[in-house]
Structures are given as structure tokens and as C-alpha cells.
Write a protein that binds this ligand. Sequence first.
Ligand code: BGC
Length: 476
Amino acid sequence: MSAPTMSERDILGTLDSRTPTRFYWSLTLLATIGGFLFGFDTANIGSVLGFVPFHLNNFWTGYLVAGASLGAAAGALAAGPLTDRFGRKSLLVADAAIYAGGALLSAVAPNAAVLIIARTLIGLAIGADSAIATSYIAEYAPAKRRGSLAMLQQWMITVGILVAYVAAWVIYKVAPDQAGTLDWRLILGLGAVPAIIGFVLRTRMPESPRWLIRQGRYEQAQLALAKLGVDVSTEQVEQAGTELASTEDRPEQRRRWTPGVRRALIVVCVFFTFQQITGINVPLYYGPKLLGPLFQNGDSKVAEVVAGVQVTAIMTLVNVIATYFAFRWIDRAGRRPLAMGGFGGMAAFALVAGAGLTWFTGNARITVVMVGLCLFIASFAVGVGGTGWLIQGEGFPTEIRGQAAAFAATVDWLANFAIIEAFPAMESGLGLAWVLAIFAALAVLAILFVSRFLPETKHHSVEEITRIFERQAARA
Ligand code: BGC
């Protein structure tokens, strides 16, 4: 008896309507190990910079910090065509290997040149991984829980940042005399542990079923679907794929960069630009430097670094906790209300921190600034951070998801780089309070942008989201 026919829509519909099992959650955790390393490797450099014993001029010192972002922009750009050609999983496995290599190399670096090469490698891995992770997740996640599953990426980023600060804090506490010898190597090298685990486990992940069907690899698609709990025969997958191929042969379908896709790309890129230029990474990257002197308790350089690292660790803990609410609410409230609320909170609390710096002194000043910055970070975490990476993963059609998502990630990293580079000059020219006021104004603009241009995508399948953008483009 031949298997009953099933259209691609039926197969993906079954995938979309599943309840995520433990397998889904562990798979997502594995996909987001790169997110953990993204957080860990962007945050650890700040706490070792003062102790790297090699001679580095200003340019190369800056490169050690910001180079990861520039490398990430390049890595993201390269990942796009590669992942559409070779698959999501292959790239995720390769990334874990590069992460591990970069971390080990930084730990044993005999000179500045090797350390710079190692950081560049890590940057490339961060970018490539951030370009693909949420796309991979969006391609198997059930529609009603896609937000939460993709939000794990943001959560892992925040946990990575937190672990980087806590690890530095503990290592400097345990061996303060080894700061310039063993400690900094250990802090940079630790990232190799999750990377190696990720590399081994990622080889066992299923490839994205949506990508496999698009490639005509029906047997592999059938196996991947079975792992995800959707039992269909190879013939059924093949038939669905053939049906799809015949619809895609229509001339109007051959145009991949349709007006809707272009519109989605612009919306995601602008969102990402706002995600960065509203200043989230100023407290996260410059925290130890900006806040260390306020809290210092002792007169050595290590004491100042430890004080700054401790305060920043508190802010990064707030970041982790607040991301939990994003995870809970993203599929209930939806992307739009969370994003508008998040940018609204950022605007308000940037002003609170700025007011603390301007009008208060002593302990009151420290308290108001800390409360303002912590709530600024919390607002970002609830509505802005993960929402950006989620819409990047879900907003594009499967055929070009890799390229479009990667391009958007490149924009995110370039904006990240620009703000990190610009911040020191902005701070010395205008003062921190005014810089915070500028961030607040930009966050208000972001609210207007979201309210006008970001469609609500909660509970829709990724194919429906593509149609939403096409309809919006046709109306514009
Ligand atoms: C952003 C990073 C930021 C992190 C903080 C991410 O969504 O892309 O730039 O450091 O959130 O949690």
C-alpha cells in the first residue's frame, strides 16, 4: 500500500504544531552553546587587558577589544552563503571547532601576534555562530514556542557574559599574584571547555529539516524529522519536496529577493542597529573601567580591576535574570509590545543613571547610577536583545534565510563595533551623562520605528511570516 500523500505544508504544519519535548530543549541548548561563547568571549577580554604582558600599542590594544566585533562582522558575512550551501549543522560544528582553537591559542600565546590571531579567530566564530543559530532553531521550532526556544540564544549570551566576569573575579581572588602570568591565560582559555563539548555534541544534531527539504535531500530530511518526532516516510517527504519544486519553478517564485524579503531585511537590520546604538554594551564592556574607581577598596591595580569586575558581574546577573522574563513573555505578549516596552525602559533608565551622575554625590550617586544602569540593562534584556536575534532567525524564507540572517548579523556587529569605538571619544567630549541622554533619545526613535514597521509574528509559521512581509511591502 502506498503512503498517503502529504504536502510540504502538512509536514511542516505537523512540525510547527508539535509540543517541544526534552529533545527540542536539549537540541536548542546545543545550538546556543555558541551564544554562550559569544557572551563569554566578548566579555572576558575586558578583565584581562590590564595584565597581558606583551607590548601592544593603542591600535592593537583597541583591536584586542573591538577586533572580536569586527571579526564577527566578517564571520557573519562569510557564514551566509556557506550555510545556505552546506547546511546549518555543518557550520555550527565548524564554528565550535574554531571557537575551541581560538581559546586554546589565546591561552598559550607566546607573543602579541599569536594572541591577535587567536582573537581574530574567535571573532570569526562569534560572527558565524550568531548568524546561524536562531535560523537553525527557527527551522525546527514549533510555531507557538519559537520565541522561547530562540530566546535561549539570548539567555546563553547573557550567561556567557556573567560566567566570564565571575570566572575572572574568582581567578583573581584565588591567585592575585599570578594576574600577569597564569590568570589571564586561564580566563581566555576557559572558553575551550564548552567549545570542545559543543563540537563533540553538535556532530550528533540533526540537520535542519526545512533546509534538507529545500535541498532535495529527502532521506536525510526524513531522518531529521523522525528525530524531531514527526514520523513520515521518505516517499512522503519526496512527494512534498517535488510539489514544492514545481511551484518554485514558476518565474515569479524564482525571484528570491522579493520586495517582502527586502523589507524584512531592512526591518531586521534597522532593529539591530537600534539594539546596539542605544548603548547596551557601554555598561557591559566598559563597566569595569567606568565603575571600578567608584567602588575601589584597596590601592593595587588588581583591587581596582576586581572592584570593577564585581560591579559589572552584578549588572550581568541582572541581565541573566531579566532575560528569563523575555523567555516567558515573548510568545505570550508578542515581539512588538516587548520591544516597545524594552526600548521605553531603556530610555527612562538611561535618563535616571544620567541624572544620578549629574545631580547626586557620594553614596546616593552610586546608588542612583547603579539602579539606573541595572534597570537599563534589564529593559534591554526583556524586550530588545533576544527579540533582535529572534526576528533575525524567523523573518526570512528558508531558501535565503542563511544569507539574509547573516547580512543582518553583520550589521549588528558593525553597529556594535562603531559604538565601542566611538564611546571613549563621546565620553571625553560630552561626559557620560550626556552620552546616556543620547542613548535615551535613540531608544525613543527605536520605539517609533518598531511601532511603525515591525509586524507581529508570534504564533505564525516561518512561511506565514514571509507572507506577512510580502503583504506589507505590497501595501507600502
Ligand atoms: C547583543 C550583544 C549584547 C548582549 C547583552 C545581545 O543581544 O547582541 O551586543 O552584548 O545582548 O546581553
